[in-house]
Design a protein around this ligand. Structure first.
Ligand code: NAD
Ligand code: MG
Length: 389
């Protein structure tokens, strides 16, 4: 029996993971499930999977969750510190599927316990990649990527020497607005940005896909996770979302990872790693699919890719600025306070302001510094709104 914890269990990735775990209940001993406002789902899953403890990040929902779990024998906890605490409990495998930089500390705590961390939470790698990778190394812990592109690259690299990698190509569906004009993008609404052509995901990553901030984050994620020169990382628009990534080697071979757009593949790979288990995703019939298409991304309509390249060039804590400013800009777009294209403008203004004044490159990569830069960047992003004009 493997002891497993799922952070963000009530979300899109979390629910896909619970689906896999529930199919083989005798294989897993569920330590903790964490969630947010959807305590009905959290309580239901905690009972079905017989978790030791269920945690909501919202302290005000503590008593409601307790009521839902009354008589079950399942422990109830709440608040950010409770999530950090359960991350420190003994477990073999943890899935980090919280959305946003809030996933950073639980991920670090799990690594400090030497757990295998299946990482869907890309924001933590963008914000503090070196800190996560160093923490894993210091505690003999393993990080397994659960973003579909990064799982694909990871699988293409099994048995390979990273020194023989010439390029890594991550694909992008192009999101909801792949074919929209710049004029139309300026007026894009939240509802329009919240539907994805191929993937069924949480709202925040769906909007980030429409702006291609998601792909910008994934560029940085690739650099941090695989330790590869950013000049070797490319984005290719592939509207069918069947090839998730390709790795090019020094002998000219290009290894592609092909599969249906279903996160249970990447989650299942990390769950069964280093073996391959049975994962119930659709089996592709390539003859029925017929053809696949590829094109370059448009840097004018989707400035997020250029901003991510700038961030990799600046280095240091610039990733923390990029992520925090993007999270704040996304909040403002979701609240209807700024337009769709304003998100990239706010992120760019925040990066410029922070890199001019705050010594991003030379700052120490401590958790305190990361949290400070994250908080300051959110303030700078709010200040940038007034200057939008
Ligand atoms: P989601 O919004 O569906 O779920 C997020 C989960 O995190 C929920 O359980 C929510 O309760 C919890 N949560 C939200 N804010 C929290 C906070 N402040 N503290 C603690 N918990 C909090 O998101 P998702 O689509 O499942 O994405 C989760 C992560 O995985 C994100 O980092 C996303 O970028 C990444 N990811 C998602 C997909 C996908 O297919 N959905 C694919 C690749 C990567
Ligand atoms: Mg992805």
């Amino acid at each position: 029996m493997r002891r497993v914890t799922v952070f963000g269990a009530t979300g899109s990735v979390g629910q896909s993971a619970l689906d896999l775990i529930a199919r083989a209940p005798d294989d897993y001993d569920v330590v903790a499930l964490t969630g947010g406002r959807n305590i009905a789902q959290l309580a239901k899953d905690a009972v079905v999977l017989n978790a030791d403890v269920a945690v909501t990040c919202h302290g005000e929902l503590h008593n409601d969750l307790k009521e839902l779990l009354a008589g079950s024998g399942i422990e109830v906890a709440s608040g950010d510190s409770a999530i950090d605490e359960v991350a420190s409990r003994p477990a073999d495998w943890a899935l980090s599927a919280i959305v946003g930089a809030a996933g950073l500390i639980p991920g670090l705590k799990a690594l400090e316990q030497g757990q295998t961390l299946a990482l869907a939470n890309k924001e933590s790698l963008v914000t503090a990649g070196p800190l996560l990778m160093e923490t894993a190394a210091a505690h003999g812990a393993t990080i397994l990527p659960v973003d579909s592109e990064h799982s694909a690259v990871f699988q293409a690299l099994v048995g390979e020497d990273i020194a023989a990698v010439e390029r890594i190509i991550i694909t992008a569906s192009g999101g909801a607005f792949r074919d929209w004009s710049l004029d139309d993008l300026a007026g894009a609404t939240l509802a329009q940005a919240s539907t994805h052509p191929n993937w069924d995901m949480g709202q925040r990553i769906t909007v980030d896909s429409a702006s291609m901030f998601n792909k910008g984050m994934e560029l940085i994620e690739t650099k941090e996770f695989f330790g590869i020169d950013p000049a070797k990382i490319e984005v290719l628009v592939h509207r069918e979302s069947l090839i998730h990534a390709l790795v090019g080697f020094t002998d000219g071979a290009l290894m592609a990872h092909v599969g249906p757009p279903d996160m249970r593949h990447a989650i299942g790979y990390a769950l069964h790693w280093p073996a391959r288990g049975h994962v119930p995703v659709e089996r592709l019939n390539l003859a029925n699919i017929g053809s696949l298409s590829f094109e370059h991304p448009d840097p004018v309509r989707f400035p997020a890719l250029r901003l991510a390249a700038d961030v990799m060039e600046i280095g240091g804590l610039a990733g923390a600025v990029f992520n925090a400013a993007k999270e704040r800009a996304l909040d403002l777009f979701i609240d209807g306070r700024i337009g769709f294209l304003d998100m990239a403008r706010i992120v760019e203004m925040t990066i410029n302001k922070m890199s001019a004044n705050d010594g991003l490159q030379n700052a120490q990569f401590s958790l305190d510094n990361v949290m400070h830069i994250d908080a300051l960047s959110r303030i700078r992003a709010d200040e940038a709104v007034a200057k939008l004009g």
